[in-house]
Design a protein around this ligand. Sequence first.
Ligand SMILES: Cc1ncc(COP(=O)(O)O)c(C=O)c1O
Length: 404
Amino acid sequence: MTSRPTRADFDQYMVPNYSPQKVIPVRGEGSRLWDQDGREYIDFAGGIAVNALGHCHPVLVNALKDQADKLWHLSNVYTNEPALELARELTERTFADKVYLCSSGGEANEAALKLARRWAYNNHGEHKHRIISFGQSFHGRTFFTVSVGGQPKYSQGFGPVPGGIVHAEFNNLDSVRELIDDNTCAVMVEPIQGEGGILPATQEFLSGLRELCDQHDALLVFDEVQTGAGRTGSLYAYMDYGVSPDILTSAKGIGGGFPVGAMLTTDRVAPAMAIGTHGSTYGGNALASAVALAAVRHIDTPEVLEGANRRFDLIREHLEIINRKHGVFKEIRGKGLLVGAEMAPEYEGRAKDILPLAIEEGVMALVAGPNVLRMAPSLVIPEEDIVEGLERLERAIARMVSGQ
Ligand SMILES: Cc1ncc(COP(=O)(O)O)c(C=O)c1O
C-alpha cells in the first residue's frame, strides 16, 4: 500500500521552482477548500484568478462530464464542435473576428507576439519587428514572454534574450512616444497590471496607446490573461475603456480551472498566422473547449458581472475597516474581483508575511509583488464567505502587526 502524499514529497520529488504552502487542499466547493486533515479554508486566491466560478461549479462539472463521455481529444488534424462553438462565442462577444486556442496564458501571449512579428514582416518587411512593453509587466514564462515582460529577474540567467524588445513606463505615454516608430510592430500591455501590483492603466494611457499604434501601424496587444473572463466586472477589461486592441490574450478564468488559453484577433491581422506558422497539439482540445464554452456563457451574464462589481465594494469597505484598526495598507485598489491592498511604508515588502498566517486562520490570499496583498476570489463567492474570510484575514493581519 502506498502512503498518502505529504508536503515533504514536494521537496523530494518535484523540481524546486515553487515553494507551495504547507497545507495540501484535497477538496473544493464554491469558495471553500478542505485540506488533508479536514480543515476548511475560504479561498480568496482563486487559483491565481483562475477559478472564476469557484471550485467544482455545477455548470463546469456538468460540461466536463458531458464531454468526457463523448470525445476528449483529436489534435488539430481535425476540428471539433466545442472548439468551434467556443471560437464563435468569443468572436460574437468581443471585438475579435478570429480565435487561436491553446492551453495557457504564456502560450496565448507567445502566439500573440509571433503573430504580431509575422504580420509586420509580411506587410511591412523585416525592419518592423520592435516590440514595446512595460516595466513590471508580466506575460508568462516562455522565453519570449519573459523577455517581453518587464521583470528582468524572470529572463536573466538563461542566455541571450531575444532582441528587438524595449520597455516603456506603464501609464506614461511620453515614455512610449520616445520609443515608438515605424519599426515598432506591437505594443503589449495589461489593462490592469496584475503580477506587477494590481495597477490599473489610466483611460488616457490606453487611448493614447491606441492612437500611437495607429499612427505607426503597430498592433496593440492587450494581455487580458488575468483581467479577462469577467474578472474586472466586464467580460474583458478593454470593454470598460472603450479601446479595442488588435490582439487580445485570454486564459486563467476562461477555463474556470481547466487549462485553456485563447488569442483573439481581427480579420486584418489573422491571415498572417497562415497554415504552418504556429500550432499546439492540445490547443482547441475538445474537453478543454467544452469547459471554457460553459464558463464563458455562464460568466458573461449581467448577474455574474454585476455581482463582481458589487462584491468589490463589499471587500473594499471591509478592508478599509481593517485598515482603520491596524494601519497596514497605503491604498486599496483594483476592479471587480481583482483587488490589491498596497502595504503602508511601515510594512513595506511584508505582504507575503500575511499569507501563512492567513492560512492558519483559515483564509487563502495572494500577493502581487512584495508589497501588495492580492485577492482574486470566485466571481460568485457568497457575500457571507467574503465577510467571514475578511474576519479571518483581519486576525492574520492583527497577528502580523503584533508580531505573534
Ligand atoms: C497578465 C498575465 N499574462 C500571462 C500570464 C501567464 O499565464 P500562464 O501562467 O497561464 O502561462 C499571467 C499569469 O499570471 C498573467 O497574469
